[in-house]
Design a protein around this ligand. Structure first.
Ligand code: S3P
Length: 174
């Protein structure tokens, strides 16, 4: 992908596979991969759950915005963001102007199945994950839709989603 002159930023709900798909996409393209959530944890020397508990969500969102702005520096790389990052107006503007946003999307049941494998997400601890995700989808999907590219994450191997992204990118570039 010789033409790529900016980062590709994966956005979308928890459980959609942004990190897994992002890593494979980066390795296929021969470029770097960075997980914004991991960067925030490293910078804070704390897990995301601990940040939410000790300092609250607004503090986390601020750190998220700062980390993402640092990562969008013109280097072509893949950046996986946490599901709420793109909801912050400033973060979204940074992504849309300095990168290419790719909205990874999947049906609710697939997301519920995938998030049930880990218990590290503070937003899913209060209540039924299916209900929380359905509510978030309703609010967030119209905003994720501002991404330049929309790809539906396929059931089954993540490689199929990687391929779908590569095809969508080629179409987008024209
Ligand atoms: C969040 C998603 C999480 C993480 C935090 C908040 C959200 O990332 O950033 O728990 O608001 O949707 P993943 O989407 O990688 O799970």
């Amino acid at each position: 992908m010789q033409w790529l002159d900016r980062p590709l930023v994966l956005v979308g709900l928890m459980g959609v596979g942004k990190s897994t798909v992002g890593k494979r996409l980066a390795s296929d393209l021969g470029i770097g991969f960075i997980d914004a959530d991991e960067e925030i944890e490293t910078a804070a020397q704390m897990s995301i759950s601990e940040i939410f508990e000790k300092f609250g969500e607004p503090y986390f969102r601020d750190g998220e915005r700062r980390v993402i702005s640092r990562l969008i520096d013109g280097t072509p790389r893949i950046i996986a963001t946490g599901g709420g990052a793109f909801m912050n107006e400033e973060t979204r503007a940074l992504i849309l102007t300095g990168a290419i946003a790719i909205w990874l999307d999947a049906d609710l049941q697939t997301l519920v199945d995938r998030v049930s494998r880990r218990n590290t997400r503070p937003l899913l601890r209060n209540g039924n994950p299916g209900e929380v995700l359905a509510r978030l989808a309703e609010v967030r999907n119209p905003i994720y839709a501002e991404a330049q590219i929309h790809v539906r994450s396929k059931d089954g191997p993540h490689n199929r989603t990687v391929l779908a992204i590569l095809e969508a990118l080629a179409r987008w570039h024209g």
